[in-house]
Each structure stands twice: as C-alpha cells, then as structure tokens.
Design a protein around this ligand. Structure first.
Ligand SMILES: Cc1cc2nc3c(=O)[nH]c(=O)nc-3n(C[C@H](O)[C@H](O)[C@H](O)COP(=O)(O)OP(=O)(O)OC[C@H]3O[C@@H](n4cnc5c(N)ncnc54)[C@H](O)[C@@H]3O)c2cc1C
Length: 409
C-alpha cells in the first residue's frame, strides 16, 4: 500500500502541498476532468526529479510530468500522486546546422525564437506554439506540414529520459531504441523526457497562404487528397466553421513557404473550390497565427471555459460518412461559442512513431471538434462529452483511432 505519510526526500526546488498548487495540478485546458495529486514538485534540477521519482516508485505513487497543461482530459494529472511542473526546465542548450538540443519544458515558441535567427525551423509545428516540447512529444504533435514530415515525434533525433527507477538514459533510434519508442507518444507514463534533440530544416522567410472555400464535403475531401498526393503545398490543413444559416463553411488552408518577395505561382488547376483568397505573410507570423485570437479569448474569458475537445484519426474510406454525421449532429449548443472543426489528410507512410496509432488505411484524416462549453452549464458539458463518446464509438468501429484521447485509448 502507498504510504503517503512518509516524508518527502530533500530537494533544492519545492515540493508543495499548498491548496492552490494542488488545484493548479488538478485541472487543465479541458476543465472537464479533475484528479487531485498529493503534491506538486517544482524542480530546481534533474536531480530533484530523480529523487522524487525514486520516492514515488518506492511508495507506489504515480508521478506525472506536466508542462503547459493544454491537455483536455486529465493526461497530465496524477490522482493521489505527484505532478512534476516541467515549465522551469526550458533551456535551449545548443543549435547545430541541422539540429537543436532543448529542455523538454521549453515551448515551441521558444524553440522558434532560438532557431529562426539561424534560418532554421523544426519541420513540424502544432497550430498553437505555446505547447511544450515534452508535452507534444508525449502525444505525437501533428500539424499542417505532417503530410510531408509526419509527426513531431518522427522528427526527434534523441531524447534524454529519466526512467521510473530514477536513472537517466539517452535514447535514439540506435541507442536504447526500446526506450525511445516507449517514450515518444508515451503520454508521460514511460519516463520523464528531460531534453530532446530535434531535427531542423531550412526556414523560409514568407508563407503564401491560399484559403479555398467549398460548397460540399465530397469536393473538399477530393481536393485535400489531390493536394496531399501531389504535394503542391508545404502546409495543408482544413476547417469546418459553424454558420448562423445552417451548413458548416468548409475551408482548405494551404501554404507555400518561400524566401523570395514574389508570390510563387502555385497552380490551383483542377481544384473544385468556389472561391479563394491568397495572401503572403512573414513565415513567423504564419506560424504564430493563433496568438492574436488566443490573446483575445483569454482577455474576454472563453479561453478559461471547459473544452471537451474530440480528436479522431479516421480511415479515408469512412471519413466522409463519419464527418457528415458528426457535423449534422453537432448543433450550435454542442460546438459552443468560438468552436470549430479541423479536418485534414495524413499519409500513413510519413508516420513511423510506434506508439502514435493511426488507422490501417494509406490515408487518414484528422478530425477535431474543438468545442467550448459555457462554464455555468454542466448539462451542456455533459452533452458534449456524451457526443464525443458516441462519435468515438462510431469512429473506432470503422477502424478509426482517438488521438490525444483518454489514457486507456
Ligand atoms: C490550443 C491548443 C492547440 C493545439 N494544437 C495542436 C496541434 O496543432 N497539433 C497537435 O498534435 N496537438 C495540438 N494540441 C494538443 C497538444 O499537443 C497536447 O495536448 C499536448 O500534450 C499539450 O502540451 P502541454 O505542454 O500543454 O502538455 P501537458 O498538458 O502539460 O501534458 C500533456 C502530456 O504530456 C506529458 N508530458 C508533459 N511533459 C512531459 C515530459 N517532459 N516528459 C514526458 N511526458 C511529458 C504529460 O504527462 C501528459 O501526458 C493543441 C492543444 C491546445 C489546447
């Protein structure tokens, strides 16, 4: 039996059992799941984490690393255990011509701040840059360049990991490969990632962004397949936005990265969109495109509301049916203010991380329902969660997979 009364080991940082710290550690961006830990460790160094990791193992307590807490269903929480706040360990150690060594608590915006002056960038970035390196490497990390480069976990050269027995190991495809494969997309339960060596590629200075609008899902999906297979663009995503008049507005967002002031001529020939706008912006502005709206949502409140998000990876053959059902049954109440859906294709051949499960099909589609529930309506939140469960059941019966989902999926 765990012995919660055994004194904590001495550390140079802080082990807190203060109410405000326990509350902080028992919530996340989803605000739908709450597990209360016994304590929160704010480490001063890796030695602190190692000492507390050994203590946790001896006393059979779960130890869970947490960084930016942007999980939506308790993935970084530790019921009755110890949550390690990784955000203080965020140093960028070294930049080479094709790689970077960084602490896992650093955010991707900090990684870019270090690499862009060298004309370099990670090949894959999440839509929002204020997520931590350790946090996204623990789930996969998928973005608009994944149709070319796979997940962020497919672009890691090596990791320094603290194993559950408190020992430190370097792992890579050739050194400790089993540990490397267990930790990438391991959701923080196979060891704590301390530092990551990340692959870098040339960063361009501009992005020319094409926004293509569609009347129907069949044409939208057909064009996404074409754009993915022909690799016409560097970046490829898509959205469905709720409208006041009824049907969801469908939009493909595709971008070319380049370093010439002239807009590259990317033909949209053969595509079925009914309307397009094209716009060239600095590369970093494009990557950080969510910053402004997130700042607004923080300021006016909805950023702090519950977010029962659904993220599914669907086999190509069933995507149109499942998404049609999902959008038809997602009433305005079930998407919430500022909610929307993401939908874009991923080729299986680009994804090699063993723990990042994808459907068996050659092409999958990421389908995310990014919902926001009013804080004063637990009934609406419960209906959104129930809708997620129903759609997940339909998707898994068709060979789909939950991405970022509950820990047992
Ligand atoms: C606004 C927003 C936008 C997003 N956009 C995308 C996107 O474009 N693509 C995408 O793929 N995902 C996206 N996500 C999901 C996001 O990638 C995951 O929720 C990610 O895990 C969050 O990182 P975090 O730093 O907040 O981690 P936390 O929520 O703190 O932790 C998440 C998981 O990582 C583990 N973990 C954290 N640090 C470490 C470590 N050092 N070692 C081992 N395990 C660790 C935790 O134990 C937990 O299981 C988005 C989420 C939000 C809220």
């Amino acid at each position: 039996m765990p012995d919660p009364l055994a004194p904590f080991p001495p550390v140079r940082g802080v082990i807190s059992t203060e109410e405000h710290d326990l509350r902080w550690a028992s919530t996340d961006f989803g605000r739908a799941v709450h597990h209360r830990p016994l304590a929160v460790l704010r480490p001063d160094s890796v030695d602190d984490i190692a000492a507390v990791q050994r203590y946790a193992t001896t006393h059979q307590l779960p130890l869970v690393p947490r960084a930016e807490g942007h999980s939506t269903s308790g993935q970084a929480q530790a019921s009755g255990g110890i949550v390690v706040d990784m955000t203080g360990l965020d140093t960028v150690h070294r930049i080479g011509s094709d790689h970077l060594v960084v602490d896992a608590g650093a955010r991707w915006s900090e990684v870019l701040a270090a690499t862009i002056p060298h004309g370099l960038t990670p090949p894959v970035l999440t839509d929002y840059l204020e997520l931590s390196v350790g946090g996204t490497l623990s789930v996969g990390g998928i973005g608009g360049t994944s149709h070319r480069h796979g997940a962020q976990t497919d672009n890691v050269l090596a990791l320094d990991v603290l194993a559950p027995d408190g020992t430190r190991h370097t792992c890579s495809p050739t050194t400790n490969p089993l540990l490397f494969d267990a930790v990438r997309a391991g959701r923080g339960r196979q060891g704590v990632i301390l530092t990551a060596t990340l692959r870098l590629i040339r960063a361009h200075t501009h992005a020319t962004v094409h926004r293509l609008r569609y009347d129907n899902l069949t044409d939208f999906l057909a064009d996404q397949r074409t754009l993915m297979n022909e690799q016409r663009f560097d970046y490829l995503e898509g959205q469905a936005q709720p409208t006041e008049t009824g049907p969801w507005a469908l939009l493909i967002e595709a971008a070319t990265f380049h370093s010439s002031p002239d807009q590259p001529d990317r033909a949209l020939h053969g595509l079925r969109h009914h309307d397009a706008d094209i716009n060239t912006v600095p590369y970093l502005n494009f990557l950080d495109r969510l910053a402004e709206s997130v700042a607004l949502l923080r300021r006016i409140g909805p950023w702090q509301d519950p977010h029962p998000w659904l993220n599914l990876l669907l086999p190509d053959s069933d995507t149109e049916n499942i998404v049609t059902t999902a959008l038809a049954t997602t009433t305005p109440e079930l998407v919430g203010d500022s909610g929307l859906a993401l939908l874009y294709p991923l080729p299986r051949a680009r994804f090699t991380t063993p723990k990042l499960r994808l459907p068996q099909s050659t092409t999958s589609f990421l389908f995310s329902l990014l919902r926001a529930a009013p804080p004063a309506s637990p009934a609406t939140l419960a209906r959104m969660v129930d809708h997620n469960h129903r759609l997940t059941t339909v998707a898994t019966a068709a060979g789909g997979v939950a991405y970022l989902g509950d820990l047992d999926t």
